[in-house]
Design a protein around this ligand. Structure first.
Ligand code: IPE
Ligand code: IPE
Ligand code: MG
Length: 236
């Protein structure tokens, strides 16, 4: 096995803390979601500049439907608007866009824009951006198994997971202070390095990403082997 590169190939992010960011400012929670879009723009730019090839952002979980209807509605509108307003720029900067999750529950207009954006950016290869919407790690495993069985390929069910064909995340970042995975990429994060920060998502910027990357660079990824074995391979 080659030595683990010190820059992650794939980063997965739970963008948490929007509501608390707003509440601390006496603003409605949704103001935090709006501000969070700015952090999304900035992390996509910085990640691209640092040569990271895959970025997976958790935008809406399969459990987030349980929130008040007006907050859910606002988040869906915000996602639709971001799709409309950002896709030209993303395409021009060489970003390939995918949405992962059970998209059948999204508005038909949103589903159509997703399909168009995916088709339009499919040949871009600078950065592969996956946005998880109505995504749950348990849903992902269950749908992959169901499709694999239907195809008579149950042994190959990982081929049917939402991120099939992309490397597993090397680095997981969760903002907002909680130390949990909240049903994100359960299968894919078996050996991912887990980084947690108290910074709230609307305040997460380039310096915070640099800190996470520096922390990652100091990890020794052993994949079940001994440290001696890993260092022997790394040393040639
Ligand atoms: C994350 O921020 C965004 C979504 C879950 C959509 P939250 O809205 O969960 O913010 P907090 O955790 O309440 O502060
Ligand atoms: C996880 O955040 C989901 C997203 C960031 C989209 P939550 O705020 O929903 O997670 P819990 O409820 O605190 O675990
Ligand atoms: Mg939260």
């Amino acid at each position: 096995m080659p030595p683990a590169p010190k820059v992650p190939l794939h980063i997965a992010v739970v963008m948490d803390g929007n509501g608390r960011w707003a509440q601390r400012r006496m603003l409605p929670r949704v103001a935090g979601h709006r501000q969070g879009v700015e952090s999304v723009r900035s992390i996509i730019r910085v990640v691209g500049e640092r040569g990271i090839r895959h970025l997976t952002l958790f935008a809406f979980s399969s459990e987030n439907w349980q929130r008040p209807a007006d907050e859910v509605g606002f988040l869906m509108e915000l996602f639709l608007r971001a799709l409309r307003e950002e896709m030209d720029r993303l395409h021009d900067s060489g970003v390939r866009f995918s949405a992962i999750g059970d998209l059948s529950r999204l508005a038909p207009e949103t589903q159509q824009l997703i399909e168009e954006a995916q088709a339009r950016t499919a040949a871009n290869d600078r950065l592969w951006l996956n946005v998880a919407v109505n995504y749950g790690g348990r849903w992902d495993i269950a749908q992959a198994v169901a499709r694999a069985v239907a195809a008579g390929r149950s042994h190959a069910f990982p081929d049917y997971l939402a991120l099939a064909g992309q490397p597993d995340p090397d680095l997981f970042i969760r903002t907002g202070g909680e130390r949990r995975v909240s049903n994100f990429l359960l299968w894919q994060m078996a050996y991912t390095e887990l980084y947690f920060t108290d910074v709230l998502w609307p305040e997460f910027g380039a310096e915070d990403l640099e800190q996470a990357l520096a922390w990652y660079a100091g990890r020794e990824r052993r994949f079940g082997m001994t440290g001696e074995q890993v260092r022997e391979v790394a040393g040639g």
